[in-house]
Design a protein around this ligand. Structure first.
Ligand SMILES: [Zn+2]
Length: 217
């Protein structure tokens, strides 16, 4: 295994839509292993192939929550999503910064594992946020495109790469209803006079996404 160089914004590869992997071979498995080692060395809780300069749909995720679970996923897709949470995120490709991002609270991810076997993963909370962050990388999307309150990491670095569930919306979002709008959601929270942790209701607008993918079984 090898530690790879993590590319930083504004590298072009971070903005490209990554290509699906069509053949799972030894070089793909080596790349997954190198990405894993690179993630642990960073240290980070997730890494997408474009972050090591490879425009392919591969991610590695380890929430490091004591479960010992490492995910090495090929062509991952979110096929179900519900609820909203707002958490604080950072990114290894944008060092020294964090911001607040609305994400789905629960997601189901379908992917291939390193042997080419199809896997379904139900994730919620922190793990769900990491999957969404990493899968965004495969579409050339960075959290800074969606976040509010982008700011330097505090000196103790405590906030880096951590996501705190700050606000939860009670209404489940219908499958494929689209992306949370950071602006809209923030505004709704403000209108409702919600404090951190208080429940707010809002209509969420956004482009439709995921419903087509959900049917591709
Ligand atoms: Zn990132």
């Amino acid at each position: 295994m090898a530690i790879l160089e993590i590319v930083k914004e504004p590298a072009e590869v971070l903005r490209k839509k990554a290509k699906p992997v069509t053949k799972i071979n030894a070089s793909i498995r080596k790349l997954l292993d190198d990405m894993t080692e690179t993630m642990y060395a960073a240290p980070g809780v997730g890494l997408a192939a474009p972050q090591v300069g490879v425009s392919k749909r591969l991610i590695v995720v380890d929430p490091q929550d004591g479960s010992g679970q490492l995910y090495q996923l090929i062509n991952p897709e979110i096929v179900k999503a519900e609820g909203w949470v707002k958490g604080t995120e950072g990114c290894l490709s944008i060092p020294g910064m964090v911001g607040d991002v609305w994400r789905y609270e629960k997601v189901q991810v379908v992917a291939l594992d390193r042997t080419g076997k199809k896997v379904w993963i139900d994730a919620e909370g922190y793990l769900a946020i990491i999957f969404q962050h990493e899968i965004d990388h495969l579409d050339g999307i960075l959290y800074t495109d969606k976040c509010t309150n982008l700011r330097p990491v505090s000196e103790d670095g405590e906030e880096e790469e951590e996501a705190e569930v700050a606000e939860v919306m009670p209404e489940p979002v219908p499958q494929g209803a689209g992306e949370p709008s950071a602006e809209g959601a923030g505004q709704a929270a403000a209108e409702a006079g919600a404090e951190e942790g208080e429940q707010v209701t809002t209509g969420v607008s956004g482009e439709r996404r995921g419903s087509a993918a959900a049917k591709e079984e």
